[in-house]
Write a protein that binds this ligand. Structure first.
Ligand SMILES: Nc1ncnc2c1ncn2[C@@H]1O[C@H](COP(=O)(O)OP(=O)(O)OP(=O)(O)O)[C@@H](O)[C@H]1O
Length: 265
């Protein structure tokens, strides 16, 4: 089991941000975590990463139970994390190669001297992700799309068992987004691919590899299961409290608000 959450609730101040979350992720599944702004996605990810401790309930990540086993840097080495929120954290002056190398240590910044093997691995990943030609450039000067590719290479340095992609296409233009999604699809097809969790509020980004979806609404699980059942016109209309239609093209969904015939004329 990659993730096991049983009746997890989380309070901040007076506000219950998450309530009664039950979520199991098995090996071989890739999940979309879908929810509108303020649904609690970031809070849920922070619990998975061990940054927040649940107020109630049980959480196990990669077989380690929070509260029983030590959770920290060691666990985080097995969890790849790609989020544009990470981008501001790197030290000014670090180049793309150094950012990728730091993934081997799950650290922000490079504090150890990487072995030749680690350097080779970073170079291989930079090549695979099409970023080798800007490896020596200052990370902070790269475009959003370039930065996100570098972050994926960084996240794969430690061969993670779980890869979390937190709204990874933020700030990408259409072409950069589609290229980025192709890369994710390729990672999913690899032997020993990590289990992936893709967090988004954009339905059209749901790739065929993501066979499971959790719909999170106001801090609770609205529904969870096979993606084709979750991302259907009827389910999403209930979830969004808006009459919508879902169309599938090349294994990817598109959603639009249903227009009544009265409004057409
Ligand atoms: N420290 C806090 N104290 C009080 N409320 C908080 C705190 N942190 C988050 N919240 C609230 O909890 C709710 C869930 O926030 P969260 O950031 O997890 O949502 P999200 O689904 O990631 O949203 P978005 O898509 O906008 O990033 C929001 O209403 C937010 O205002």
């Amino acid at each position: 089991m990659v993730l096991h959450m049983k009746d997890v609730s989380f309070i901040r101040g007076e506000k219950w941000i998450l309530q009664h979350i039950n979520w199991n992720i098995h090996e071989g599944e890739n999940w979309v975590l879908f929810g509108l702004n303020g649904a609690g996605k970031t809070a849920l990810l922070n619990i998975v990463n061990g940054y927040y401790y649940p107020t109630k309930g049980k959480v196990s990540v990669l077989g380690r139970e929070f509260g029983r086993d030590p959770i920290g840097g060691e666990l985080r080495k097995h969890i790849g994390f790609v989020s544009s929120s990470l981008q501001q954290k790197f030290h000014p002056g670090d180049n793309a190669f150094e950012v990728v190398l730091s993934g081997a240590y799950a650290s922000i910044g490079l504090y150890e001297t990487p072995s030749d093997e680690i350097r080779e691995k970073a170079i291989t990943l930079l090549k695979e992700l099409g970023c080798i030609h800007y490896a020596n450039r200052n990370y902070e000067n790269l475009s959003q799309g370039e930065k996100q590719r570098v972050l994926i290479a960084r996240s794969l340095m430690s061969n993670p068992s779980l890869l979390i992609l937190d709204e990874p296409t933020n700030g990408l233009d259409f072409i950069a987004r589609e290229e980025f999604l192709e890369t994710i699809e390729e990672i999913a097809k690899k032997e020993n691919a990590p289990t992936m969790v893709y967090v988004t509020h954009h339905i059209e980004e749901i790739l065929p590899a993501f066979n499971k979806t959790l719909l999170l609404k106001e801090g609770t699980v609205f529904s969870a299961g096979d993606t084709n059942e979750m991302i259907s016109s009827s389910k999403l209309s209930q979830f969004l409290s808006l009459d919508v239609e879902v169309f599938w093209k090349n294994g990817r969904p598109l959603v639009s608000k249903r227009i009544t015939s009265e409004k057409l004329f």
